[in-house]
Structures are given as structure tokens and as C-alpha cells.
Design a protein around this ligand. Structure first.
Ligand SMILES: [Zn+2]
Length: 246
């Protein structure tokens, strides 16, 4: 049975989904499990370098895998410039030895290239959100200003990240110094509503409680509220829009 590719191990270490076959192999192979754990520590170390902790080196088997992948001789053979045999070297072995010498430099550069590629894969997955889950845009809404709020407008996005839903709103409006703004989800007929929270400034991100039926609560509303102790909607909506698939 062949072991996991280093790229697959790196992806696993960063919490990415891999094929069922790879997952099954990981579950039954202590060696690959150890490699994934090692990668995970390297990822942790990569994060930790900002705080000055030391980096770990990748396990030898990663380099072996890269060599195998690139059909390169192993490190010992590549460095050995003399024939192994104690006999007088034949023309053939001399040829092999000479060819090895000639090829050492390209092999070195290929290995450096592979190392750079491996680092780039890890960094790329990291930077592209492989570790911090990338939010998935579920739906979005343009928020239209109400007539009493001339020029008000905004937008809202419903995102799913790491199994949770959240609403990101952005509001452009000339707002009074008094009171505060509150973000709501309404049903399309506005007969039911829930508060997502207070909008502090122009933009805000609000977690949607897991028990909210987002197929019913499709309207995003931002209201002007006064500090009157009434937790309900003031009835003074600034902007509102209906979420729709992007
Ligand atoms: Zn394995």
C-alpha cells in the first residue's frame, strides 16, 4: 500500500477535506498519521513565528516522497561519486559515476524547486483561507433607503463559515448622533422579526442563531433606535433589502 502524497498530508494537517481513500489510509497508517501530525506542528510553528517560536523541519519522508515523485536518486546515491563496487570500475560504472556528477547540480536545483513548491503549497493554502475557513456567500441584498432617510443605502451578505451563518452589513447614511442602529432579520411579509444586534459604525458582522429558519427570514433591515428600554423594533427603518442568491 502506498503512503499519502506529501501535499495530501499537508492539506490534512490544515484541516482540508481529502478523498475517502486518503482518509481511510490515514486512519489505518500510523506513519502517515505521524506525518500529518508533524505537518500540523509545522503549521502551528508557522503561525507561532510571529511570536518568535522556532520552526520545525519537515520529516525526512517528505523529501523522500518528493524525490520519488520526481524520479530522483536518493540522497546517498546522488552524493556518491565513486562506484560502490570494489572491482576495477568498468566503463559502464565510470559512465554512471560521471553522469551522476554532471547531474548533481540540476538535481540540487530541482530539489530546491520542489522545496519551494512545497512551502508555496502550504503558504498558499494557509493564506487562501485553508486554516481560517473561507466564508461561503449564500445570498446578498441591496438595502434601499427609506424615504425619511434620504440617500441612505447599504448592502448585506449572508455567509456560511465553519458551519455557522452570519450576516455582514454595510450602511451608508447620514446618521444622527443620538440613539443607535439595530440590524434585524424579517420575514418577507414583515410579520415576524428577530434582532441580530446593534450596528456600531457603518459595518458589522452578526452571527445568525442556529435555530433561525433562513428560508423564512429573508429580509435584512437596519433601524434607528432610541435609548428607551424598548427591545422591539422602533418602526423607524433606515434601509431594507431582501436576500437573494448571488
Ligand atoms: Zn501511510
Amino acid at each position: 500500500m502506498s503512503h499519502l502524497d506529501p501535499e495530501v498530508a499537508a492539506l490534512l494537517a490544515m484541516g482540508e477535506q481529502v478523498s475517502d481513500d486518503d482518509q481511510r489510509h490515514l486512519d489505518s497508517c500510523p506513519e502517515c498519521a505521524a506525518e500529518v501530525a508533524s505537518f500540523a506542528r509545522a503549521v502551528e510553528a508557522g503561525r507561532a513565528t510571529r511570536t518568535g517560536e522556532e520552526l520545525l523541519t519537515p520529516p525526512d519522508r517528505v523529501w523522500e516522497s518528493i524525490r520519488t515523485e520526481l524520479h530522483l536518486p536518493d540522497a546517498q546515491a546522488g552524493d556518491d561519486e565513486t562506484p560502490v563496487s570494489s572491482d576495477v570500475p568498468s566503463a559502464a560504472t565510470r559512465h554512471v559515476a560521471r553522469r551522476r556528477r554532471v547531474s548533481r547540480r540540476p538535481v540540487f536545483f530541482v530539489l530546491v524547486g520542489a522545496a519551494v513548491a512545497a512551502v508555496a503549497i502550504i503558504a498558499g493554502v494557509w493564506l487562501s483561507g485553508g486554516i481560517v475557513p473561507r466564508p461561503e456567500l449564500i445570498s446578498e441584498a441591496r438595502l434601499d433607503g427609506f424615504p425619511t432617510w434620504a440617500g441612505a443605502r447599504g448592502e448585506a451578505m449572508l455567509e456560511r463559515v465553519d458551519g455557522h451563518d452570519r450576516v455582514v452589513v454595510d450602511l451608508t447614511a447620514s446618521l444622527p448622533a443620538d440613539g443607535y442602529r439595530e440590524v434585524w432579520l424579517l420575514t418577507s411579509d414583515a410579520t415576524d422579526l428577530i434582532s441580530l444586534g446593534v450596528l456600531d459604525g457603518d459595518t458589522g458582522t452578526f452571527d445568525v442563531p442556529a435555530d433561525v429558519d433562513l428560508s423564512r427570514f429573508t429580509v435584512v433591515d437596519i433601524s434607528q433606535e432610541s435609548v428607551d428600554g424598548d427591545p422591539g423594533h422602533s418602526g423607524d427603518s433606515i434601509a431594507r433589502g431582501t436576500l437573494a442568491a448571488p
